[in-house]
Design a protein around this ligand. Structure first.
Ligand code: COA
Length: 341
């Protein structure tokens, strides 16, 4: 089949054939942040578990789309596929360089993917997990065979690295990570259960105002906040701590399996305390819920696929495993995707 077209053939299974990731060169440590704002390594580690994060430099040619393209190239190499084999590229992101074109079109051009479909998906930190469900079901439905799904974000472009931005800039980092998802004759492979939810009433808990009209009722519009993430950290924390375990339980129930039947939980890296609370709630062994937030911070849509890529490359996720992907974020949005790999 040529790229961008559909076959009408019903595939029988769906698999994750390759993963890859790309990180900016520059590392920003907590010690670096101490020099930029009133904060401390101790405060950041205690509240979030983060020790360092990567920050891109556009002057050096780094961007959301450039990192996304690099990560997809690595995933294609692992899947032993060429860019022209892709039928569709989806980039989950809230920080495309421009509102038009979408990042996916830039990626398709950078890797030489020809005329395949290309679109961005914005569900903030839930974007990649939403994308897994979308890509899986498009393949399962028989219309597409090979999809490149990327989570890529550069929240550093929406931060203030000074006292005014200290409650958000310590949390976020930049990254991209990709998967190549494709059809397989092995019917045992694919999603066992999935969920996508949102609560639009909670939009004002995390938002990026562009103009005075974007501020929620009761909040004084402030031009110094334009293009900077505004987050009610305590509210988001409360939402996440209750939603995470509920979502995991709901997904397990749908699949009719127990928490211990899952080989690995790949969760959005928002805060180490939220991850540990979920792990304790289900009585999971430490190595069953992966944590890399200490090295990368919260990389938004890239967070889940970055964990997946590390886990696959280190052999901690293998063919035949049951893996649960879970994320929550701005919107508010939350979603899960439980796979039989
Ligand atoms: N360094 C030092 N002090 C800081 C600080 C920093 N970087 N940022 C904020 N503070 C201060 C606050 O100003 C506040 O001071 P005050 O008590 O004098 O007013 C104090 O620390 C406590 O702030 P608070 O916001 O209540 O801290 P917290 O314990 O809730 O931790 C977060 C803050 C952001 C780490 C935490 O709320 C969190 O992780 N929330 C979830 C965020 C998230 O996951 N977002 C992504 C969603 S995908």
């Amino acid at each position: 089949m040529s790229n961008g077209t559909t076959t009408g053939r019903r595939p029988v299974g769906v698999r994750i054939a390759g993963t890859g990731s790309a990180l900016p060169k520059r590392t920003l440590t907590n010690a670096d942040l101490e020099k930029m704002m009133a904060t401390s390594d101790e405060w950041i580690v205690q509240r979030t578990g983060i020790r360092e994060r990567r920050i891109l430099n556009r002057d050096q040619g780094e961007s959301t789309s450039q990192l996304a393209a690099e990560s997809l190239k690595a995933a294609l190499a692992q899947a032993r596929l060429a860019p022209a084999d892709l039928d569709l590229i989806i980039v989950a992101t809230m920080t495309a360089e421009m509102s038009c074109p979408g990042s996916a079109s830039l990626v398709a051009n950078m890797i030489g993917a020809g005329n395949c479909g290309a679109f961005d998906l914005n569900a903030a930190c839930s974007g990649f997990v939403y994308g897994l469900n979308v890509a899986h079901d498009l393949i399962k439905g028989g219309a597409y065979r090979n999809i490149g799904l990327i989570g890529a974000d550069a929240l550093s472009t929406l931060m203030q690295y000074n006292d005014a931005g200290r409650s958000t800039s310590i949390i976020f980092g930049d990254a991209a990570a990709a998967t190549v998802i494709n059809a397989t004759d092995d019917t045992s492979k694919g999603i066992l259960a999935q969920a996508m939810h949102s609560d639009g009433k909670g939009w004002k808990e995390i938002y990026v105002p562009r103009c005075s009209q974007d501020f929620p009722p009761g909040v004084e519009p402030d031009p110094s906040k334009f293009d900077h993430v505004q987050m009610n950290g305590a509210s988001v924390f409360k939402f996440a701590v209750s939603t995470f375990p509920e979502l995991i339980q709901q997904t397990l129930d749908k699949a009719k399996i127990a928490a211990t039947d899952v080989d690995m939980y790949v969760c959005h890296q928002s805060n180490q305390r939220i991850l540990h609370a979920a792990r304790d709630r289900f009585g999971l062994a430490e190595d069953k819920l992966y944590v890399n937030i200490d090295r990368f911070g919260n990389t938004v849509a890239a967070s889940v696929p970055l964990c997946l890529d590390e886990l696959r490359r280190s052999g901690r996720i293998r063919d035949g495993y049951k893996v649960m992907f879970v994320a929550f974020g701005g919107g508010l949005t939350w979603g899960s995707s439980l796979w039989q790999l």
